[in-house]
Design a protein around this ligand. Structure first.
Ligand SMILES: [Zn+2]
Length: 116
């Protein structure tokens, strides 16, 4: 209780507010436009990219992006992140708009499957 009172003001400077996250010492805030968590300092790297790169020990390869398997941009657990080509990523995200049903996205494996 005393600790709470003592830390109340200082805590605001270091702890995450609602809509903000700390990851490996860097602060990330949710971008209202894109919905992604973006680093508030330096290169404004997206949090899901930072997590994927740290967990895999490499940068995202050229021509690739990190996709949220469940489509939830704030679910940045490593299990939910997968590296796909820009081309496949567009197919994945166009799937819902595609009424022909040609492109099927496997939500479990995150594979792009062609139904024809
Ligand atoms: Zn995506």
């Amino acid at each position: 209780m005393i600790g709470d009172l003592f830390n109340n003001n200082r805590r605001r400077a270091v702890c995450t507010r609602e809509g903000q996250k700390l990851y490996r010492g860097k602060k990330y805030a949710q971008d209202p436009t894109t919905g992604y968590y973006v680093c508030t300092s330096g290169n404004r790297q997206r949090l899901h990219v930072a997590i994927w790169e740290h967990e895999h020990g490499m940068e995202v390869p050229p021509g690739c992006v990190i996709h949220h398997k469940d489509w939830v941009k704030t679910n940045n657990s490593i299990e939910n992140l997968t590296c796909v080509t820009v081309e496949d990523h567009e197919r994945i995200h166009n799937h819902k708009k595609d009424e022909t049903g040609i492109i099927i996205f496997d939500m479990v494996t995150s594979d792009v499957v062609y139904s024809n």
